[in-house]
Design a protein. Structure first.
Length: 193
């Protein structure tokens, strides 16, 4: 029951991540091209550079999560080529277990960092929260755009939850609790032909 639920969660999450990745890469492309074209006529958009950098960073987190689900990490793939089948299975189980543990630890650290209990106790007053915790996450802003950085930092708990779900799904597949689909991350659906 739990392995099948994890698999469905992972499949749905992969679809959301693919959409997010398309939007982020599209936004990156538009901001860079727009800035290049406008610089040709002497207009510089500093915010476009900053937006492009943030889009690239966010896309990196989303893409890494999809890569974990699809098992297309180059370093692990290379190692699989040199190991016998039994050792490959042990390696896959180990990587899945360590990835799930990493995701859970990262989620715990995010909860400590964002400290939702303390911000609620402070009545969502960022100044009171800062005075009580000396944590400035909710008042930091980006240098050019001036957007609250905690909105950008939300990618980290999202990433932690996503890799935990994907890694646990991979682990269930490695332990033969559920069958592995041919394209678990749904990446073949996005190939332009």
């Amino acid at each position: 029951m739990i392995p099948r639920t994890l698999s469905k969660l992972s499949t749905g999450l992969s679809a959301v991540e693919r959409l997010m990745l398309k939007l982020l890469i599209g936004g990156l492309t538009v901001s860079v091209l727009m800035n290049v074209l406008l610089r040709m006529v002497g207009i510089t958009l500093a915010w476009a550079d900053e937006a492009g950098v943030y889009a690239m960073v966010l896309a990196g987190f989303v893409g890494a999560s999809l890569m974990l689900r699809a098992r297309i990490d180059p370093a692990v793939l290379l190692l699989h080529e040199f190991l016998p089948p039994r050792a490959c299975r042990i390696l896959r189980i180990t990587v899945s277990a360590l990835s799930a543990a990493f995701g859970m630890i990262l989620l715990y650290l995010c909860l400590r960092w964002f400290d939702p209990v303390a911000i609620i106790k402070a009545g969502f007053d960022a100044s009171a929260f800062e005075a009580a915790t000396f944590n400035f996450i909710y008042t930091d802003v980006t240098p050019v755009i001036g957007a609250p950085t905690f909105i950008l930092y939300l990618i980290i708990p999202f990433f932690a939850v996503a890799i935990t779900i994907h890694a646990l799904t991979n682990l269930c597949e490695d332990l033969n609790l559920i069958d592995r689909p041919a394209d678990p991350a749904g990446l073949a659906m996005d190939i332009v032909q």
